[in-house]
Design a protein around this ligand. Structure first.
Ligand SMILES: [Zn+2]
Length: 656
């Protein structure tokens, strides 16, 4: 048995190695054309080799080839190495000499008996032993293995399955799902379908085919995948591997953003718990290829990469990287990546990737898990039961407001038994909200055009009979007008806004151009929430404030909270192995929630901020973000200095 024989034999053929029969096709191959057999690697080669074999086999004689093949097929229905589909069905080959057989084709020649009749009627009795015409097999293969589509269940696919399952079914990246017709109700088929859907793979309606065709599909899948091709695409694939490696490294420690700055050299930075840290440095060339590969790996992006333009893209966690032939996937806990490509002065490119994680389990979906107190949860609950009006969550970029919005929407649907029609307009949809209909916004090259597309989608959503509307973010007056229109026409509208405090929400909307009379209506403005994320102190290495009485912040702490403050609060420690030597671990949300009445809205609209704040905190029982954060400081969750950085000095009142 020669080396090349082994290389080309299918697994099943190995069983035959010792028998005389197996030698026969080998010798016939040699007689046909040795060099053809050595290289059935790429699809292109396969086609041409098929043609050659077809032509040659006419001289060699159908007898030897087909006879050997027939005997082999008793144990191995598919014999890619042998290829000569043609001898059995001579009618097919000469008619179309260019594409007679892919390297895999020949499941058919079970019946060497002369007469195309056998082949022609084969389809009628497939279960009896697979008499399928080569033409049919060929047509099926060509319909399956089209440009950019891969067999995900193959051993080299993105979702490989066990061998016994593999003999029963095959799933393709475009959702085509082929099942052995004799195993329609086999538990292994059914359990695969359940698992695949759970993994959010695209699974179409099963197509039932004879079992040997399934085997043929995998032979083809293995052969075609080797043809990765030119050096260019090899480089591209290597960069894509680097891309996945860096994302995996970031995801393992739950980095929120990865920054890639390409200048004289390339710097890759991770933002972890809000802090930037340099992760690796590479050459400028590497960075340029990396950013390019990141762009071309995305699912949703502009058509062409343009180094000097601002471009946005998105990569979903459910699909393989574009162009990686189904081989490269994001780490499992990454739901998706939002990519922003920026030109940069004194350099060439600045890429920022926001990683979105899939949080599993309903515990992780709760607001308490974000850091909200029971009292806050209670207020959110009341807001969720509001039938009409606007609820606006505000905060600066990176304050976690989208997450809070999403969790409220998940809870809202749960609480209403999924009987409310929740429509969302987001650009782009960040997290899945089970039971909601999440409308994407058409990607557009410029911000102005994006805003137009966003407004279009929002207007369409309003016409689509929503009960509850969630608007990712209000950025323009047009979007704000539509949001208010939704609230006025009897819907609950939840959205986010870039504003620094709950009272500032109204100022921001007024500055955008909203009419004050709408902003002053407590029937419309039902809730304003502001939120920040604070880094959580590591409970193992934090330092009791009382041990640092001369620290300036601790002195202010004493002034504001006396001995009690000193005994309760902590400073950030030196770091330990638990917190990765950072002194902080994870983040916690702190919010302030305003449920306004007419008087508060009026005071705010008239710029009487001080009066408004006093009225809110005394008459309406409101609690400022600073007060809520201080509460967390006094249980040792947040560092004394961090509070001062975000909320002002401890011995002063919150300023609005
Ligand atoms: Zn620590």
């Amino acid at each position: 048995m020669s080396a090349k024989e082994v290389k080309n034999q299918s697994e099943a053929d190995d069983k035959n190695k010792s028998s005389d029969v197996a030698v026969a096709p080998d010798s016939s191959q040699k007689a046909v054309k040795p060099d053809v057999i050595r290289t059935p690697q790429s699809a292109g080669d396969g086609a041409s080799s098929g043609a050659k074999v077809g032509a040659e086999s006419a001289k060699v004689g159908a007898g030897a080839g087909a006879g050997a093949d027939a005997q082999k097929s008793g144990t191995a229905p598919v014999t890619p190495a042998v290829t000569p589909a043609s001898p059995v069905t001579p009618a097919v080959t000469p008619a179309s000499p260019v594409t007679p057989a892919s390297p895999v084709t020949p499941a058919s020649p079970v019946t060497p008996a002369p007469g195309g009749a056998g082949a022609a009627t084969a389809g009628a009795a497939p279960a009896s032993g697979g008499q399928i015409s080569a033409a049919k097999v060929d047509a099926l293969m060509r319909s399956l293995f089209v440009e950019g589509v891969t067999c995900v269940t193959a051993p080299n696919g993105s979702f490989p399955i066990k061998e016994d399952q593999r003999s029963l079914l095959a799933l393709f990246s475009n959702g085509r799902f082929l099942v052995s017709e004799a195993h329609k109700f086999d538990g292994r088929v059914l359990s695969f379908e359940v698992l695949a859907r759970k993994r959010r793979l695209q699974v179409g309606k099963p197509e039932y085919i004879p079992q040997e065709l399934i085997t043929a599909i995998y032979e083809k899948a293995l052969n075609t995948s080797y043809s990765i091709g030119s050096a260019d695409s090899d480089d591209q694939l290597q960069m894509q591997k680097d891309f996945v490696t860096i994302i995996a490294r970031a995801a393992a420690i739950r980095v929120s953003d990865v920054h890639v700055v390409v200048a004289d050299k390339t710097t890759v930075m991770f933002r972890l718990n809000g802090l930037m840290q340099t992760e690796i440095e590479y050459s400028k060339d590497w960075g340029e290829s990396f950013v390019r590969a990141a762009f071309s790996s995305a699912d949703i992006s502009d058509a062409n990469y343009a180094q000097s333009e601002y471009q946005a893209a998105q990569k979903l966690g459910t699909t393989p990287l574009r162009g990686s032939k189904g081989k490269l996937l994001l780490p499992k806990n990454v739901l998706g990546i939002r990519l922003q490509f920026n030109p940069i002065a004194f350099g060439s490119r600045y890429l920022v990737m926001r990683l979105l994680y899939s949080d599993e389990g309903s515990e992780a979906n709760s607001l308490a898990a974000l850091g909200y107190s029971e009292r806050d949860e209670e207020i959110f609950f009341r807001l969720r039961s509001v039938p009409t009006g606007m609820i606006i969550i505000s905060g600066p970029t990176g304050s976690g407001k989208s997450t809070t919005l999403q969790r409220n929407m998940i809870r809202l649907l749960e609480e209403r038994n999924y009987e409310s029609n929740l429509l969302t307009v987001e650009d782009p949809p960040e997290y899945p909200i089970p039971g909601a209909r999440q409308m994407p916004v058409t990607n557009a090259p410029t911000d102005a055009e994006k805003d137009i597309e966003f407004t279009k989608a929002l207007a369409a959503t309003l016409r689509s009979d929503p009960d509850v509307l969630m608007i990712g973010e209000i950025r323009t007056l047009a979007a704000a007008q539509l949001a208010f229109k939704g609230a006025l026409s009897g819907h609950a509208v939840w959205t986010t806004l870039h504003a620094n405090s709950a009272p500032a929400v109204l100022m921001r909307l007024r500055d955008m151009g909203m009419e004050p009379f709408k902003l002053q209506d407590p029937g419309i403005i039902k809730g304003m929430v502001a939120q920040r994320l604070f880094r959580k102190l590591c409970p193992y290495c934090r330092i009791p404030a009382i041990e640092q009485p001369n620290h300036p912040a601790v002195k202010r702490l004493y002034k504001a909270f006396d001995e009690f403050g000193l005994s309760q609060a902590f400073l950030r420690g030196p770091g330990c192995s638990f917190c990765n030597h950072k002194g902080v671990k994870g983040r916690t949300a702190v919010g302030e929630m305003v449920i306004p009445d007419a008087k508060l809205l009026e005071l705010l609209i008239n710029n009487e901020t001080k009066k408004a704040t006093d009225y809110w905190t005394t008459e309406l029982g409101g609690r400022t973000l600073k007060e809520n954060a201080l509460e967390k400081m006094l249980i040792g969750d947040i560092d004394v200095e961090e509070i001062e950085r975000w909320c002002g000095l401890l011995d002063e009142k919150a300023v609005y």
